[in-house]
Design a protein around this ligand. Structure first.
Ligand SMILES: [Zn+2]
Length: 54
């Protein structure tokens, strides 16, 4: 895999970050989503950039 390539890493990071998480059911939705695809709630938040580092 080319994950060591900084360009690829940046793209990958952006793709992971550009998600919306439903506050109700926790489902991941595309950044363009207005409603949750699982529970149709409008209670979505944007996934924060450095939040998911474990
Ligand atoms: Zn939901």
């Amino acid at each position: 895999m080319a994950l060591r390539d900084p360009e690829m890493l940046a793209i990958f990071e952006r793709r992971v970050v550009l998600k919306k998480v439903c506050r109700k059911c926790g489902a991941l939705n595309p950044i363009s989503a207005v409603k949750c695809r699982r529970c149709r709630s409008r209670n979505l938040r944007v996934k924060k950039r450095f939040a998911s580092k474990k």
